[in-house]
Design a protein around this ligand. Structure first.
Ligand code: HEC
Ligand code: HEC
Length: 526
């Protein structure tokens, strides 16, 4: 009999202890794995406006860039971006020290920080106020954003032989990255390679952007639907399948404040969707969200906030006497289609309310579709006769495919439809929505009241300087080459960029110069 043999009871106790230890080790390993590789959580913000500017809607996991890659690219590709870095593309930084531009959010995915877009990147404007100070306009069109150039930069990085693990790690260090050993290993052996594959895929999928018959979008515009034809639906994008007309469909960024009164209106430029919720969801796709990665709570928070987020007040002087002359003219010529302001109305206080942050405001606009029969309805293209590119790009075939997307998910689209023209939008905060029309082809409100042959035929977009008289961003219609840097040239003779339409007696372009000035003055109160 061996001396130290265990009794059966001792054997069982010991085995149990061993099993318990194994389980404990497994739990710890699972915990480490979870915290390092399965952690997925966004950076969060307390204030609604900060959530709008920097909050995550879930675009990072599927389409984002690892934070340190995003930070390092301007260093690695200094020759392409210059000292301005991402500002070259019109991205807005709140302060010189800001970590990310407005419209970029951060989320930890599987232990690594990722960044990508949210709503604010396309829906935040900037102007110089009368005192020359920079002012942001939350919810306004991103007047300086050159998204096509940003995409071109990413696509070119994909095939640049400087994009190696070695170089990226060096650039990360140069821009102050403090990766730990594990992260360094991940970047070296996995992350950079994955990013390159992703960018190559982007390059391939968006190859229609290289077509010679594409007129660049320029500042303040994006092609809303053509990228989805290839990114989501794998539609062929060659000349046989997508005509030059359909290809040139860049749309101006719209404003997105005051969504509550827009419920039930047929909006998007062509009025293809009457549901506020679906317009927000399809917009989230534009930011890179997928049905799997979407952060519903976050999106809902933005959506709720936008319902009553007020339009910005005109920051310049208003000649009240002249505006008062313009009011009845506007009412006669414009209000049936666009609704009306309430500035001179004794009913204005009835529309007072509180926004999401609890601030009082008076609604300066009347969105009542019973009073204004055509507001939120669609004007036949044959009548309004504006550029047909954006209209042509949204095809029956695409509408059908869009309503088939995401079968099985409860946020499947069901309201998209092909229409026969462009929508009649409310004109609240219209001063902050220049240039005008769906393709941004008319620089100022005053120009829109001229017939097309008297509107500027060539001008520049992307300025933050403001023309307080004619109402719209400065556009240098007479200058050969403006001094201001970063502007893009807009040529109204190009496909998709025509400035025709919304003219004739029904649209007030026959009125006298004085009457037109009065209407413009009145619209400053919207
Ligand atoms: C990549 C730029 C981009 C991003 C990001 C983006 N949008 Fe937009 N949004 C647009 C453009 C362009 C349109 C106009 C579409 C059209 O009709 O062609 C639009 C239209 C809209 C509209 C309809 C406006 C109207 O009156 O017709 C709403 C509402 C909207 N966006 C909300 C959002 C929200 C909410 C988000 C974030 C979840 C978002 N957008 C993200 C570019 C963007
Ligand atoms: C028959 C309906 C109708 C009438 C009348 C009408 N509009 Fe419009 N308006 C439209 C449509 C439709 C659009 C969009 C066209 C497009 O984007 O291609 C539009 C666009 C606009 C825009 C540009 C909005 C933006 O966000 O870029 C402004 C500003 C505008 N109209 C002002 C006026 C004024 C001022 C009058 C009166 C003098 C007027 N409209 C009369 C239908 C109308």
């Amino acid at each position: 009999m061996k001396y130290n043999q265990l009794t059966p009871v001792e054997q069982i106790v010991r085995r149990n202890t061993f099993i318990k230890r194994c389980i404990l080790v497994l739990i710890i390993l699972a915990g480490i794995y979870y915290f390092v590789f399965e952690r997925t959580y966004p950076v969060t913000y307390e204030k609604e406006v900060d959530h709008f500017k920097y909050g995550s809607i879930g675009s990072e996991p599927a389409n984002g860039l690892p934070y340190w890659i995003f930070k390092s690219l301007p260093h690695l590709f200094q020759d392409k971006l210059g000292p301005q870095g991402y500002r070259t593309f019109g991205f807005l930084y709140e302060t010189p020290e800001s970590d990310l531009p407005i419209g970029f959010s951060k989320r930890t995915v599987n232990g690594l920080d990722f960044v990508w877009l949210n709503c604010a990147v396309c829906h935040t404007g900037i102007y110089l106020d009368p005192a020359g100070e920079e002012q942001l306009i939350i919810g306004a069109p991103a007047n300086r954003l050159k998204l096509q150039e940003f995409i071109a930069f990413l696509r070119s990085a994909a095939v640049d032989n400087r994009l190696t693990s070695e170089n990226v790690l060096e650039s990360i260090e140069a821009v102050g990255g403090d990766l730990n050993i594990l992260e360094k290993l991940l970047y070296r052996f996995y992350v950079v390679g994955r990013v390159q594959i992703g960018l190559l895929d982007l390059k391939e999928k968006l190859s229609f952007l290289d077509r010679g018959d594409l007129n660049p979008w320029g500042a303040g515009r994006v092609d809303t639907f053509n990228p989805y034809k290839t990114l989501q639906l794998n539609f062929p994008m060659d000349k046989q399948h997508v005509s030059a007309l359909e290809l040139n469909s860049a749309a101006d960024y719209p404003s997105i404040w005051m969504q509550r009164p827009r419920k039930g209106m047929n909006l998007h430029w062509d009025g293809n969707n009457a549901s506020v919720e679906e317009r927000n969801l399809s917009a989230a796709l534009g930011a890179g969200v997928t049905p799997v990665t979407v952060d519903r709570k976050s999106l809902k928070r933005i959506e709720n906030w936008l319902l009553d987020f007020p339009a910005p007040k005109f920051p310049g002087k208003i000649d009240k006497a002249l505006a008062k002359k313009g009011a009845p003219l506007y009412r006669e010529y414009c209000s049936t289609c666009h609704g009306d302001g309430l500035y001179f109305s004794k009913h204005a206080s009835k529309y007072a309310g509180q926004d999401y942050d609890g601030n009082d405001y008076a609604v300066p606009y009347d969105y009542n579709t019973k009073r204004y029969a055509r507001l939120g309805q669609i004007e036949d293209l044959n009548d309004v006769q504006t550029d047909s590119g954006r209209f042509a790009a949204y095809t029956e075939e695409f509408a059908a495919a869009q309503n088939m997307l995401y079968a099985g998910y409860d946020w499947r689209f069901s309201h998209f439809k092909k229409t026969n023209g462009y929508a009649n939008h409310p004109l609240d905060g219209i001063w902050a929505r220049s240039p005008y029309l769906h393709n941004g082809s008319v620089p100022t409100l005053r120009d829109l009241l001229e017939s097309s042959e008297n509107r500027p035929s060539v001008f520049y977009r992307g300025s933050k300087k403001y023309d307080w008289q004619r109402v719209g961003y400065q556009s240098y219609p007479d200058a050969q080459t403006p001094q201001e840097i970063g502007l893009t040239r807009y040529d109204t003779s190009k496909l998709g960029s025509r400035n025709t339409g919304h003219e004739g007696e029904a649209y007030g372009t026959h009125l006298s110069a004085y009457e037109k000035d009065a209407i413009v003055e009145y619209m400053k109160t919207f």
